[in-house]
Every structure is written in C-alpha cells, then in structure tokens.
Ligand binder design. Structure first.
Ligand code: AMP
Ligand code: MG
Length: 336
C-alpha cells in the first residue's frame, strides 16, 4: 500500500507547541471508503473523540458506498429506475448538493458517470481501453438531469440504467462530519485526512495556519510548493492515484462527461474551501474544466481558491491561493 507518497496533499507541520497543561494528543490511520484515513486530535478525551470520528466515517461508508451492496445508495441505484425510493434526509441532501455542483459546473461534475467509470476500469482498478462504441453506449446511460430528488418521496431516475455515485464528494462530506464531531467534543485542534481530502480545525501547528505540501504529480515524493489553511478543507483531484499510461499518455480516473474519456489537459487540482465537501466536489469539477473555464465556476463560490497543474507541469493559481514556493524550512516536516 502506498503511504503518504500516494497522497496528493501531504500534511506537513506536525511539530506541536508546548502546552502549559498537557492535553491528550492522538493520531491514527484506518482504512475506510477505499482509502487510508488519518484522524488527529488534541484535547481532553481525544481518544474517545477519535473513536467517535472513526465510527461516523464507518457509518457514512455503509450509507453511501457503491462498493457495498447493502448501502442505502446501492439500493437507490437498484430500484431508482422503477420509481421513487425512500431515503434518509442525509443521503437525499448530499445527492441534492452533488446535483447542484453538477448544475453549477455545467455538467463537468456529474455524479451519474458510474457506467463510464466502470467501463474504463477505474472502479476496480482493472484498467482497460474501451472501444468508441462502448463509450457511446455508456454515455447513453448517464446524465445528472435524470435524477429527481423530492423531500417527501426520495430519489428516482427518469432513465433506465442510471446510477448515482458519490466518489467525488462523499469523502469530503465524511471529513466534515468527522471534524465536526471532534469540535463538538471540545478538541483544541483536529485534522482528518482521507487520501487527498482533508479538513482541519483549531489551533494550527504554525502561526500562518496549517501548512500543506502540494505533491509533484510526476515525481514520487516531490513537492511543487506549499500552501496554508487556517480552517476548512483542502482537496486534490489528480491522475496519479488511479490511472494508467498508454502510449505516453496518462489516463486518470476523472472522466470528462462531454467526451466520455478521462479528462485531459490537467494532471492535478488542489482546492481550498471553507469546508472539505466543497473542496472535494470542486477539485473534481475544476479538474475537468481546467484553469480558464474553471475561473467562472470559482466566481460562484466565495472563499474557494484553486491551484491547477497542467499536463505541461505548469502551475496556475486563482488570485487568493496562498503559495509558498520556498521550502518553509525545518520548523515543518513532511508527514509520516
Ligand atoms: P475525486 O478523486 O474526488 O476527484 O473523485 C474521482 C472519482 O469520482 C472517480 O474515481 C469516479 O468515481 C468519480 N468521477 C469521475 N469523474 C467524475 C466527474 N466528472 N464528476 C463526478 N464524479 C466523477
Ligand atoms: Mg472530488
């Protein structure tokens, strides 16, 4: 298993200020939602708070996973083409928010791309290069406009074979839920990291905020630069984790819904946002849109900043994206 080298955003700065009264500090890594999660917290009762945060992550995995046959979302996908499927308010609201990002991004973000994700082998990492005919077939089974959400009745699909897959937003939501549990339990600081999606809150290890290294998308262990965040979410979408090479071209797991092909032109996007769910969803959308078209989407989300790395390995940043090109020095160190 790749450890932090496999993550697009590396957590730095694990040096802690000395506390007048020692508080418990905990950090643990566990596997959920197909990725490694780190929960880190400081405060009184930190161990119990961390357990509660992990329990919440497990609950959301069981609710929202499309890898689990008995999740609520899998049931919606099995039955949604036949009529309304009653669901929890939580699932309904998350699906509604995913549809809102789909609409705001002009469909660049689309939570119904499951058939294409599977066709290219990104779901189970059995990558293959499909025929144009197979891509055209799969494209006919997608389209976020065919998902209907109703507060009283639940969710239904107006196209047979449609399915909803929240792989580009659910981890961010679960990060936010876990951070809010740590906050509610009085932690003085909290960090939750789900393979490229992180949420932080509370007293940062460094004066200017939490410091994150932006992974070089093509050099193992390389760092392009550093950014900072006081509280909220940071998420990277990229082709490094899930993807394959063919004839010198990298095909990553973010699909461009317009073509049905893995999106080209950008190799990673890092988004800073007031919460991890927004960072997660927008990093996927902005990966597809690229730096030019992405600007107008960013304009709709106050407090959100983005950094793109293009396939020429050039970086483009929105004006407010904090950027430290120089090594922040020995006071910060790479995560484990
Ligand atoms: P992320 O790592 O958050 O960018 O999410 C990528 C995952 O979301 C993929 O593995 C797919 O399951 C799914 N996905 C791929 N392309 C898109 C897209 N354009 N919009 C929404 N979800 C997508
Ligand atoms: Mg995402």
């Amino acid at each position: 298993m790749t450890r932090w080298l496999g993550l697009a955003v590396l957590s730095l700065a694990l040096a802690w200020p000395v506390q007048a009264t020692p508080q418990e500090r905990v950090e643990q890594v566990r596997y959920h939602m197909g990725t490694l999660w780190t929960v880190e917290a400081q405060g009184q009762g930190a161990s119990e708070a961390m357990e509660a945060a992990f329990a919440e992550i497990g609950r959301l995995d069981r609710l929202l996973s499309t890898y689990k046959h008995d999740s609520e979302l899998s049931r919606v996908n099995r039955e949604g083409s036949r009529g309304w499927v009653g669901v929890s308010a939580e699932t309904r609201e998350l699906v509604s928010r995913a549809l809102a990002v789909a609409s705001a991004s002009g469909g660049a973000f689309d939570p119904t791309l499951g058939p294409l994700v599977k066709l290219w082998g990104f779901k189970h990492m059995d990558y293959r290069f499909p025929s144009e005919a197979a891509i055209a077939d799969a494209k006919r089974q997608v389209g976020y406009g065919h998902v209907q959400v109703d507060a009283a009745r639940g969710i239904r699909f107006t196209k047979p074979g449609l399915e909803v897959e929240l792989g580009a937003i659910a981890k961010g939501y679960a990060v936010d839920r876990a951070v809010s549990i740590l906050r509610a339990r009085g932690m003085t600081m909290a960090r939750v990291d789900a393979g490229g999606n992180q949420g932080v809150w509370g007293q940062p290890p460094e004066k200017e905020g939490w410091v994150f290294g932006i992974r070089h998308p093509r050099v193992d262990g390389g760092v392009l630069g550093w950014t900072t965040l006081r509280a909220g979410g940071i998420s990277t979408s990229g082709d490094a984790e899930r993807g394959f090479w063919k004839d010198g071209v990298r095909y990553g797991h973010v699909i461009d819904p317009r073509t049905g092909w893995p999106s080209q032109g950008v190799v990673s996007v890092t988004v800073l946002a007031p919460d991890a769910e927004t960072a997660d969803a927008l990093s996927t959308a902005l990966y597809v849109l690229g730096p030019e078209a992405g600007k107008s989407l960013l304009g709709r989300y106050p407090g959100v900043e983005a950094l793109w790395v293009t396939s020429e390995l050039e970086t483009r940043r929105s004006p407010g994206f904090p950027w430290l090109a120089a090594d922040p020095g020995p006071r910060v160190k790479l995560g484990e």
